[in-house]
Ligand binder design. Structure first.
Ligand code: ADP
Length: 293
């Protein structure tokens, strides 16, 4: 049984003996099974997957630590990762989620801008990680266009080809990769990004302060994070206004937004199937029309 082994590792990592109640299953996760482990007031959020997924949890823990070090938005503090009886796991601080109050969305926008002020010399990160359950490459590169072409769009297009999506997606996709210098004619700084900022990965603690979880961290154009907040919605006008008040956007964002969201649509195609094909092809066509027009 894996739970006693996980509880031992939590006790060792925290340095305090731990005798929790039986794990409580939490709904809501897409990729992993999630639990609360609690002994009275002391509680951890624990996610489980197959043993082979340990590296994914190690990268998630490193990502949470990187975001926490930016002292911007609240994130759960990672405690430990490990394996136990055929399972891999990550344990982190449990944060009881509550409701937004009138200032919460603006605080999220300001906090995200502050997080994006954390910059590096190169795009990428110290390690590869995952986006959903797809591999995400983060080899450091100085040139953003090359990074986005090779490690983001090109990587997902190649994966789509291996999944059998040939034809227009590939021919038009190749044209788009060639056109990237024209479409990404801007010089972003490498900002600390959450990397997978859809509405399911932000919540609010019991004081109404925003909390972000389940990151796919790397250093990239901050507009890539913002684009994703608009892809599936849910962040609201106050969030967007507060972000722009804190750090305005350069002209041309609406074109780059499509280019950045294409990465997530291609990832959805690769993860969830053909239902995303026409959306991916439509985005590529619209972007090519902007180059030619
Ligand atoms: P998955 O990796 O399986 O997608 P998530 O990390 O997104 O799982 O977590 C699933 C849900 O659990 C989140 O949407 C959130 O509601 C909740 N959650 C995530 N982290 C915590 C935490 N540290 N404390 C309490 N609840 C959390």
């Amino acid at each position: 049984m894996h739970w006693p082994l996980i509880i031992d590792q939590i006790a060792a990592a925290s340095g305090v003996p731990f005798s929790p109640s039986p794990p409580r299953s939490i709904g809501g996760g897409c990729i992993n099974s999630a639990y609360q482990l609690a002994e009275g007031e002391r509680a951890y959020f624990v996610k489980l997957n197959q043993r082979e997924e340990l590296a994914m949890f190690e990268a998630e823990a490193a990502g949470l630590a990187e975001l926490a070090a930016s002292n911007s938005l609240r994130v759960p503090r990672p405690l430990c990762t490990g394996t136990a009886d055929g399972q891999s796991f990550i344990a982190m601080e449990w944060i009881t989620l509550g409701r937004q109050h009138s200032q919460s969305a603006a605080a999220a926008g300001r906090g995200l801008a502050l997080m994006h002020r954390c910059t590096r010399e190169t795009f990428g990160w110290d390690r590869d990680n995952t986006i959903g359950s797809t591999a995400q490459l983060n080899t450091p590169q100085a040139d953003w266009v090359s990074f986005w072409r090779e490690q983001r769009l090109g990587f997902q297009l190649d994966l789509a080809a291996r999944h059998g999506y040939a034809g227009a997606l590939q021919t038009r996709g190749a044209r788009l990769l060639e056109a990237l210098p024209a479409l990404l004619d801007h010089a972003p700084q490498p900002s600390l990004l959450h990397g997978d900022l859809w509405g399911g990965n932000i919540g609010y603690d019991q004081q109404g302060a925003p909390v972000i979880f389940d990151p796919a961290v790397y250093f990239g154009d901050r507009e890539a994070d913002l684009a994703m907040t608009e892809l599936f919605g849910g962040f609201g006008a106050d969030f967007h206004a507060a972000y722009r008040d804190a750090w305005s956007l350069a002209p041309g964002y609406s074109t780059r937004k499509s280019l950045y969201n294409l990465y997530h649509i291609l990832n959805h195609l690769n993860l969830f199937g053909r239902g995303y094909l026409s959306q991916a092809e439509g985005l590529i066509e619209r972007l090519l029309a902007e180059v030619n027009g």
